[in-house]
Design a protein around this ligand. Structure first.
Ligand code: CAA
Length: 394
């Protein structure tokens, strides 16, 4: 596909700096050399890729947004997309395992006090440890305000009770940001956020969930039974939890969008190669309009998805936080739906070969589905977009 990073139009430039090109090349080389060769086995065995996480950590490809004053490199949201696309192009299950600390640590980076940042962030940079983000519950996914986990104040502690599910990396995390009701009657204004150490008495991993795709990523359900959490682990004020969750998702959704671009790009490349080689009716199938047009649509929509992700990240990096909500949802919605379409079409281009496990595109199609579900379904993105259009809020 034509490289877009050198293009300029109407004063907008996507020219990458030398450092950005090197960062992207590092991520691509790691994905091709280390991730790709292991994607099939991690998918088949639902294997948590601990060694690859450690290698990515060693190379500096994790925790990109931890600020320098807490030991990190403080890269921009845009830089994160350059890395993310390459890792997910290698394998989105392994890519999610490597990048999910961005979601876990997001609330601490965005809302933690100086003491909280100093306590929770440097260890992430020093060791390949994982953290996670626990918002969803068995009875509350899209409707965040309906969550039922409670946090009752007792002296200097809060006591947490409830269940969380579909939590990325929770089964291997050192700590998790848990969203719970400090005021169970208060709806979304009653939600607060806490950093919970997963080794705390009363935290039980109930299940490593078996998924259709992205099987290399641990997705777990866990219970909290009378878990005592010091009040100093509460992020911001009581009742700020809903906004912490929303603002964190604004920041991470462009990254999820670019993950979908990585998967779509991989499927496109496989379909393109096959279409050039496979001959029917005396012509490579790429020369048949039915296939050529499919490839053309794939390329166009992948490019559009990438640009939407880049725009949302650019807005976040330029302090347009709340305005970026709309653009983060544009990117997540379009890229997720594009990945589903492109991977489905890639299977179609490969025909019978596309449907069997010896070829990589059936896995990409399974992997793509999750982008339409996690970090807010495609329907929730449309809801956010419609609300921002009809009733924008500052
Ligand atoms: N930033 C800051 N504030 C925001 C905001 C944002 N992006 N979006 C909304 N708010 C504020 C609003 O301004 C409003 O403030 P006031 O009360 O002061 O007026 C308040 O929050 C409530 O907003 P809404 O009326 O829009 O709230 P709602 O209850 O109708 O829900 C929703 C909105 C968009 C549907 C929200 O519930 C949502 O995003 N749901 C999807 C949740 C989601 O993405 N879950 C994924 C979990 S993470 C994951 O999947 C990762 C994993 O590990 C698998």
């Amino acid at each position: 596909m034509v490289a877009i990073d050198e293009s300029t139009a109407a004063g907008v430039s996507f020219a990458l700096t030398e450092e950005q090109k090197e960062l992207r090349a590092l991520a691509r080389a790691f994905a091709e050399r280390e991730i790709r060769p292991r994607e099939a086995e991690c998918d088949a065995d639902m294997r948590h890729p601990a060694e690859l996480i450690a290698q990515a950590h060693e190379l500096g490809l994790m925790n990109l947004h931890v600020p320098p004053e807490h030991g990190g490199v403080g890269l921009s949201a845009f830089d994160g997309l350059l890395v993310g696309e390459e890792l997910y192009r290698g394998c989105s299950g392994i890519g999610t395992s490597i990048t999910a600390n961005g979601l876990g640590a997001g609330p601490v980076i965005l809302f933690g006090s100086a003491e909280q940042k100093a306590r929770w962030l440097p260890p992430l940079v020093e060791e390949p440890i994982l953290c996670s983000f626990a918002l969803s519950e068995p009875g509350a996914g899209s409707d965040v305000a309906a969550l039922r986990t409670t946090a009752a104040r007792e002296g200097d502690d809060y006591v947490l009770n409830g269940s969380k599910t579909f939590i990325t990396n929770a089964g291997h995390a050192e700590w998790t940001v848990v969203f719970a009701k400090t005021d169970p009657a208060g709806g979304r204004r009653g939600i607060s956020a806490f950093v919970v150490e997963m080794s705390s008495p009363g935290v039980t991993i109930e299940k490593h969930l078996e998924k259709m795709g992205q099987r290399a990523t641990d997705t777990s359900a866990f219970a909290l039974q009378n878990v005592r959490v010091p009040a100093e682990n509460r992020l911001a004020e009581e009742g700020d939890g809903f906004k912490i969750a929303m603002a964190t998702l604004d920041f991470t959704r462009p990254g999820t969008a670019i993950g979908a671009v990585g998967v779509a790009q991989a499927a496109y490349e496989h379909a393109l190669e096959y279409a050039k080689e496979r001959v029917t009716f005396d012509l490579p199938i790429a020369m048949h309009q039915a296939v050529g047009f499919m490839i053309a649509d794939m390329a166009t929509e992948i490019q559009a998805s990438r640009l939407l992700g880049w725009q949302a990240a650019w807005m976040l990096d330029n302090g347009m936080g709340r305005e970026a909500t709309l653009y983060s949802s544009f990117a997540k919605r379009f890229a997720a739906d594009t990945a589903m379409k492109v991977t489905t079409d890639a299977v179609q281009v490969l025909g019978g070969y596309g449907y069997i496990k010896e070829y990589p595109v059936e896995k990409l199609m399974r992997d793509a589905k999750l982008f339409q579900i996690y970090e807010g379904t495609s329907q929730i993105q449309r809801l956010v977009i419609a609300r921002e259009i009809f009733a924008p809020r500052g």
